[in-house]
Design a protein around this ligand. Structure first.
Ligand SMILES: Cc1cc2nc3c(=O)[nH]c(=O)nc-3n(C[C@H](O)[C@H](O)[C@H](O)COP(=O)(O)OP(=O)(O)OC[C@H]3O[C@@H](n4cnc5c(N)ncnc54)[C@H](O)[C@@H]3O)c2cc1C
Length: 498
């Protein structure tokens, strides 16, 4: 793969761009941006780079999104949020004169086919460290014609992954300094999207039947229903970041430092992870807005930026440089050894995946966290650590624990199927980015967490009853939604009676 592209003259910092495949000729065929991880029109370095290329060669630009039949086992919860966000995005792009094309199938077939049909000169794509996405890109590069250049832009991280570090980092302490040193260069404001003279004329973008699409994905993934508390799309994301009603920076930032580890105060966290995961908001925008408040609320701002930039980018670093990012093999040697040394230790309880999924354990605190995830769709950040560590304690060994934790996390979390999720599970169960602790049964030297520790930190009983109420209300709303069409139908039948 080619290194950092020396495109210093362009609208986007050259360090953000990698040439995955050069072109053997120059043409002014359309520039196509295959949007994957960064599903937004604003503050999107990949879109800016694609538009810049198009403007410089007087070429048209189109944004394309490929909807896979199933990606990482997403359900209605995740797909509904994404499709609703894409629908709004298509309107935004339309208002900017940029067509939005939706393809369905395998990207390795649909993308090269589209490029061929429109005679494209460039394919621009955003960056993801996940192995499936990287494999598709390799495949696509080998399938597109010699006249198409393929550029990858890191539009997700503030400091591009490959610039921040060229190796697997040991932990936050080893990457922090590298990132901080580069922030003045990369944590900068976004330019305006260039106005394009030449509009897309290859063919009229086909109408997208969004209602039909939504109904289809909701039906296929119905066992994990949508959530209602989180408004999808860029406007919804900005409202959560800095809206006047309950925006994080406007209303809640001051308590972030003190409240973020209290599961009874979910509003103590930003609530941005669904938007960051689907790229409906840029982490760089969040960082710029937060940084502007540093003078008045330095502690909370610094803590937030540590999570948003250092921890999040460390997760991408792990998934990119560690091919086994979701298995025991990806743990450091000391952790693998200690876990295997204790794999045969007697466990107080052993639960099956089904028992765990149904929250049928003897620990009401764990059950509450599991139910928060299943019904609400976002487990509190503090509880995620306890939750995953208990799975290590209650399954037959670390491999099983990891696979069950990732399965549940990806299935139910609205922000699941994310590098942060793989790293969160690997941190909790395999000690990555952590250090060795006092050796004990089952955990070996992996950091331990227990019920008594939680009791010292927050009101455990209060959390359990708060979750019980939350689950009751969610179920009630669900039954109202389900019974509404029936009620409508009954009304119609009644009206039609003589
Ligand atoms: C077992 C386990 C599983 C996890 N699964 C996921 C997941 O699937 N998706 C996900 O986005 N995060 C995951 N996390 C990390 C973290 O718990 C969530 O990012 C956070 O709770 C999201 O809520 P928030 O945006 O309100 O948090 P805030 O505290 O407001 O954080 C703001 C942003 O910073 C980033 N961030 C915060 N904490 C971390 C962290 N520990 N590591 C990396 N980035 C972080 C996230 O992008 C987050 O949205 C997991 C952690 C653990 C221990």
């Amino acid at each position: 793969m080619a290194n950092v592209h020396p495109l210093q003259q362009g609208l986007v910092h050259g360090g953000r761009i990698r040439v995955l495949k050069p072109s053997s000729s120059s043409s002014n065929g359309p520039v196509v941006y295959w949007m994957f991880r960064d599903q937004r029109a604003s503050d999107n370095w990949a879109l800016l780079h694609a538009a810049d290329l198009a403007a410089r060669s007087s070429a048209p630009l189109a944004v394309v999104f490929n909807l896979f039949h199933r990606f990482l086992d997403a359900h209605a919860r995740q797909l509904g949020f994404m499709i609703r966000g894409l629908r709004l995005l298509s309107l935004r792009l339309q208002s900017l004169g940029i067509p939005f094309l939706l393809l369905r199938g395998d990207a390795v077939d649909t993308i090269p086919d589209l490029l061929y049909r429109c005679g494209a000169s460039y394919l621009v794509t955003d960056f993801s460290p996940l192995r499936q996405v990287r494999a598709w890109k390799d495949d696509i590069c080998s399938r597109v014609g010699p006249g198409v250049a393929v550029h990858e832009v890191d539009a997700h991280n503030v400091v591009p992954l490959w610039v921040a570090s060229q190796k697997l980092e040991y932990g936050a302490r080893t990457i922090r300094g590298k990132i901080h040193k580069l922030l003045p260069e990369y944590l900068v404001g976004f330019p305006e999207l260039p106005v394009l003279e030449n509009k897309w004329k290859a063919w009229d973008p086909p109408e997208i039947d969004w209602d039909d699409l939504l109904a289809d994905v909701l039906r296929r993934g119905e066992d994990v229903p949508e959530i209602r508390w989180c408004e999808p799309g860029e406007a919804g994301a900005m409202e959560v970041l800095k809206g006047s009603k309950g925006g994080f920076l406007t209303k809640r930032l001051k308590n972030y430092e003190s409240d973020r580890n209290d599961p009874l105060k979910p509003k103590g966290l930003s609530g941005l992870s669904p938007y960051l995961h689907f790229g409906q908001i840029s982490a760089q925008r969040c960082a710029l807005e937060a940084q502007a408040l540093r003078k008045s609320q330095s502690k909370s701002v610094n803590t937030f930026l540590e999570e948003l930039i250092v921890r999040r980018e460390l997760a991408d670093n792990f998934c990119y440089y560690q091919p086994h990012y979701d298995s025991l093999q990806g743990a450091w040697e000391w952790a693998q050894k200690t876990l295997m040394d204790h794999a045969g230790d007697k466990r107080e309880h052993i639960y099956t995946k089904e028992q765990l999924e149904k929250a049928k354990t003897a620990d009401p605190l764990w059950n509450a966290a599991q139910l928060e995830m299943v019904h609400y769709g976002k487990m509190h950040g503090f509880m995620r650590m306890y939750w995953a560590k208990k799975i290590l304690e209650w399954t037959t060994g670390p491999e099983e624990a990891l696979s069950v934790a990732i399965y549940l996390n990806d299935k139910y979390e609205i922000d699941g199927r994310d590098p942060n999720g793989y790293v969160g599970c690997m941190w909790s169960i395999c000690g990555i980015h952590d250090q060795g602790w006092k050796e004990r049964p089952v955990f070996g030297k992996i950091r331990y967490m227990n019920y008594a520790g939680c009791k010292r930190k927050f009101d455990v009983d209060g959390y359990i009853s708060y979750i019980n109420k939350l689950v009751f209300e969610t179920k009630k709303r669900k039954s109202e939604v389900i019974s509404a069409p029936i009620a409508n139908h009954v009304q119609k039948v009644m009206k039609s009676r003589p």
